[in-house]
Design a protein around this ligand. Structure first.
Ligand SMILES: O=C(O)CCC(=O)C(=O)O
Ligand SMILES: [Fe+2]
Length: 266
């Protein structure tokens, strides 16, 4: 483990994948994922490493790329074409945040050291049950999403099989990660329940108890989710770590541009 990455290996002994306590940890992560699509490891990154990351990143937020869009929660191909065009299920939701790209994060940063540590890919592969690799994308393999008051990420499903995140700083009011566990499936597009979520009724929505330092592994293809609007700072800062089943994965130009305003595809 790199010196800049002081993980609490007593609490999370992920450098010893065959150890008894690690096997129990992995089994617990798998069962969390199966039940809710979300696995939380609080205190994964210790308070000092979190504080150092925040001190480095916070001054960069003001000048960071502004990502602003309004998008429908699911892909076009997933929308039931018999739904009227003005059905709430087809509402576009606002996404408004700043992003700090991978190449703008210091090499000595704890969050970068965590992402680049082989122990991390080894542990995730065990939890997921298949080998994963870090993405090779120079801009968005690792990315910081920053939300000032007024920032939010509207209701959506993910395209990626899973997302790994690490919250670094949370606002006093708002900026909660809200999700409707396993709301849809291959057999059931769940339009009625999704409509209820958008209209603030029903009982599908939960708030994830994310604290600074919590590692979250989330399967967002079946679980509708959002980050609620930030009402009162400090800035919500969260690192998004991308992994893939294949080594060398680079995102298409469109994804790089949407997230950073830049592309490495020429
Ligand atoms: O910022 C978060 O907690 C959620 C991020 C998210 O849902 C995504 O990147 O797809
Ligand atoms: Fe998402």
């Amino acid at each position: 483990m790199p010196a800049t990455l002081p993980l609490d290996l007593e609490r999370y002994p992920i450098d010893d994948l065959d150890g008894e306590r690690t096997r129990a940890l992995i089994a617990d992560c798998r069962s969390q994922l199966e039940r809710t699509g979300l696995c939380l490891l609080p205190g994964f990154l210790g308070p000092d490493a979190v504080a150092r990351s925040v001190a480095e990143l916070e001054p960069r937020v003001e000048g960071a790329f502004r990502k602003e869009r309004a998008i429908v929660a699911m892909n076009e191909s997933e929308i039931d074409s018999s739904l009227p065009l003005d059905d709430p299920v087809r509402t576009a939701h606002r996404h408004s945040m700043r992003t700090i790209a991978y190449d703008l994060i210091d090499e000595g940063s704890p969050i970068r050291a965590l992402y680049e540590w082989e122990g991390m890919t080894g542990f995730l592969s065990e939890v997921l049950g298949y080998r994963v690799y870090r993405c090779a994308d120079p801009l968005i393999a690792l990315m910081i999403s920053a939300m000032l008051p007024g920032g939010e990420q509207g209701w959506h499903f993910d395209d990626n099989e899973f997302v790994v995140s690490l919250l670094l700083q949370r606002p006093v009011v708002g900026g909660e990660f809200e999700y409707a566990p396993m709301i849809r499936s291959e057999q059931d597009p769940a339009n009625d329940r999704i409509r209820d979520v958008f209209q603030g009724v029903g009982d599908d929505v939960r708030v994830a108890p994310l604290e600074p330092g919590t590692l979250a592994l989330f399967r967002g293809t079946r679980s509708l989710h959002r980050v609620s609007p930030v009402v009162e700072g400090p800035t919500r800062l969260i690192a998004l770590l991308s992994f893939d089943r294949h080594p060398g994965m680079v995102f298409p130009a469109k994804a790089q541009l949407n997230n950073t305003g830049r592309t490495t595809h020429g």
